[in-house]
Design a protein around this ligand. Structure first.
Ligand SMILES: *[C@@H]1O[C@H](CO)[C@@H](O)[C@H](O)[C@H]1NC(C)=O
Length: 299
């Protein structure tokens, strides 16, 4: 009898990622760690940080292995949840805590698409790099890359004071993959920010989190206050028509972005809409620009 308990315990320890309630623990731990980092780093956020990735490290235990003896394709999606939770905490933490006008917001996932390239062997450590790649009037598009873990080249963290100075560079549009890490898989997630039943335009959400600023001198009376009566902050059914009408404040917000950010957003748009094929999505991986934060998922 005794030996079975021990074997069971051992099995649980080596598959801690897949025991009951593990998903919730992993998810909320990642979200919480992200939100803590947001709080610590609030003062040094710069607009170009919007496009930087947050990195989670994990491994695939036996329970995630399929008959090919590598990580089962279906299990990439739980890793995606955790990785996105961490990035959401780091960038969008205030939306979950204080919300907008005192009402908390929710992120609702609409689409996830994943392309598999290489196998991941059992217990091999790997990293998930998730970042915001683009957004339109309604959807935020996050891209996640599953990449090999490299100990020789640890990621530089943009939100830690000691490494911050080297990273005050402007964002670049990546042409092809920089660095030589293996990309095992890439995924695009499309989600919407909801305040109650209202859709919050992504640019507004990012502005509320202090990530992008509306340039005051260029606007004619458009500021965040005027957006509180925003026509596209209306129940779902009316967003599609209201959001498309040219000149709605929410849509105009993007034209108040710093020009280089707006350029990155616009160039990435056809890529994350998968119009240009998966190679372009894989090629969005770029490790040279530094990362927002590092998170250790359960191993
Ligand atoms: C997982 O995806 C890879 C790449 O597309 C494929 O070769 C493999 O057969 C898939 N595994 C299963 C069990 O379908």
């Amino acid at each position: 009898m005794g030996i079975w308990i021990w074997l069971l315990a051992l099995l649980a320890v080596f598959n801690i990622k897949n025991i009951p309630f593990s998903w919730s623990v992993r998810f909320f731990r990642a979200l919480g760690c992200g939100m803590l980092l947001h709080r610590k780093a609030k003062a040094i956020f710069k607009p170009h940080h919007v496009f930087l990735p947050a990195v989670s490290t994990t491994r695939s235990p036996l329970m995630e292995i399929d008959f090919n003896l590598h990580k089962s394709n279906s299990t990439f999606f739980t890793d995606l949840d955790v990785s996105r939770a961490y990035l959401s905490g780091v960038l969008l933490g205030p939306l979950f805590l204080h919300g907008i006008d005192g009402q908390r917001c929710n992120m609702i996932v609409g689409n996830v698409a994943c392309s598999f390239r290489r196998e991941i062997k059992p217990y091999r450590p790997y990293e998930t790099w998730t970042r915001i790649a683009s957004w339109d009037e309604k959807w935020i598009y996050m891209v996640t890359h599953f990449v090999e873990k490299r100990t020789d080249r640890p990621a530089r963290c943009a939100l830690l004071p000691e490494t911050k100075t080297v990273l005050d560079e402007k964002p670049t549009v990546s042409e092809g993959q920089k660095g030589d890490r293996i990309v095992f898989a890439s995924a695009v997630t499309q989600f919407v920010c909801k305040k109650g039943r209202m859709t919050v335009p992504p640019a507004r959400a990012l502005a509320e989190c202090g990530l992008i600023q509306v340039e005051k001198q260029r606007d004619e009376g458009l500021d965040l206050d005027s957006l509180r009566n925003d026509p596209s902050l209306m129940p779902q059914s009316r967003v599609s028509s209201a959001g498309r009408s040219k000149g709605s404040p929410a849509e105009d917000l993007n034209s108040y972005l710093p020009r280089d950010l707006e350029m990155v957003r616009a160039i990435n748009m056809p890529v994350v809409r998968l119009i240009e094929g998966w190679d372009r999505v894989h090629a969005l991986f770029c490790e040279d620009e530094g990362v927002l934060g590092l998170h250790r998922d359960v191993i």
